[in-house]
Design a protein around this ligand. Structure first.
Ligand code: PBG
Length: 338
């Protein structure tokens, strides 16, 4: 019952011994031969806690992502933990900022408090605190400024060292050193060890590009930044430079190295994976989130398949750890599928 022309195969079959399609023929076989699969435990959920909020506040450019109150923050942490995520990454938005970002060094400041709130509900899931000044400075830079208004690398290290001890003391398991200052890993490691925090791990944002894809994050943390971060974050045109950054962080004592953003830099993820034996992480940033959500909202792409595909690609490129705003939802899907 076919109107197809009679099959040419019947007359003459090509002598194919290699038929890759065999391994794609059923759901079961495809599942069996799948090389890379994202697991809930690979995923780290970034969360924003804002000081002085009475209700959670939506971030308009990141539908579904909130600035949290203590209560909604702890609830989001519990949901993430129940979904099986591998880590919670904490960012804080203070009520007051100053030139030195001094709230970041305050043991009762919003970030240190949020770390304690996370530890209360994390049930052993690692709490990763962001170690950077940009949310706390009134100029929005990741460090303190010198008399000419330039980011002062070495003075910033002193602040990071003190901030690291405060966050370790608050109970953070891991510190995410995201400021891109030279020598930050070595300096912070030394300061932590001198205070007895030898077990606090360092997640080095070893490779962090000066990316337009951080746009929505700036709203998420009410960033005060004027200008850009090109004197400390990397030029998107450079890949070899990333290997140098990674090698330095490894020498200085990094425990995990991260590449950021993720999906536009998969070549860099793969090269970093080849270079080191440490765990490699990648951060699917706010702009990557916003692009997918915006495209899905107009029906241009299938939201769930796109999210799964992008994270699988990051894993395939070599990142065993993926920071992503979709962590909880994605972890739930992955639990359903397994
Ligand atoms: C800075 C920091 C940024 C992000 C994480 N940490 C912003 C920046 O460098 O400007 C961006 C994350 C995102 O866009 O999701 N400490």
């Amino acid at each position: 019952m076919t109107d197809r022309p009679s099959s040419p195969q019947l007359r003459e079959r090509p002598e194919l011994t290699q038929r890759p399609r065999r391994l794609r023929s059923t759901t079961g076989i495809r599942r069996l031969v799948q090389e890379h699969r994202v697991r809930p435990a690979d995923l780290v959920l970034p969360l924003f806690v804002a000081e002085g909020l009475t209700e959670p506040k939506p971030i308009s450019t990141m539908p579904g992502v909130l600035q949290h109150t203590r209560e909604s923050f702890q609830q989001a942490c519990r949901e993430a933990v129940a979904a099986g995520v591998g880590g919670l990454m904490i960012f804080a938005v203070p009520a007051h900022r100053d030139a030195d970002g001094s709230c970041a060094l305050d043991p009762d400041g919003i970030l240190a408090q949020a770390v304690r709130w996370a530890v209360e509900v994390a049930d052993g899931v690692p709490v990763i605190a962001d170690l950077c000044l940009d949310e706390f400075t009134d100029h929005g830079h990741c460090g303190v400024l010198d008399a000419q208004g330039r980011v002062d690398n070495d003075a910033t290290l002193t602040a990071y060292g003190r901030m690291a001890v405060v966050l370790a003391e608050a109970g953070a398991d891991v510190l995410g050193a995201s400021g891109m200052m030279d020598g930050q890993i070595g300096w912070v490691r030394k300061e932590l060890d001198a205070s007895g925090y030898t077990d606090t791990a360092l997640l080095a944002y070893a490779v962090k590009y000066a990316s337009a894809l951080y746009g929505p994050f700036r709203e998420a943390v009410d960033s005060a930044l004027q200008g850009d971060r090109r004197t400390y974050q990397q030029d998107p045109g450079n890949a070899r430079e990333s290997l140098r950054e990674v090698a330095l962080d490894v020498t200085e004592g990094a425990d995990i190295v991260m590449v950021k953003p993720a999906t536009a830099y998969l070549d860099v993820v793969a090269r970093v994976r080849d270079l080191v034996d440490l765990p490699v992480a990648a951060y699917v940033v706010s702009g990557e989130y916003a692009m997918v959500e915006a495209a899905a909202a107009v029906g241009a792409i299938d939201r769930r398949r796109t999210i799964l595909e992008l994270h699988t690609s990051v894993k395939r490129a070599g990142a065993g750890i993926i920071a992503t705003y979709w962590a909880t939802e994605l972890a739930r899907w992955l639990q359903e599928e397994s």
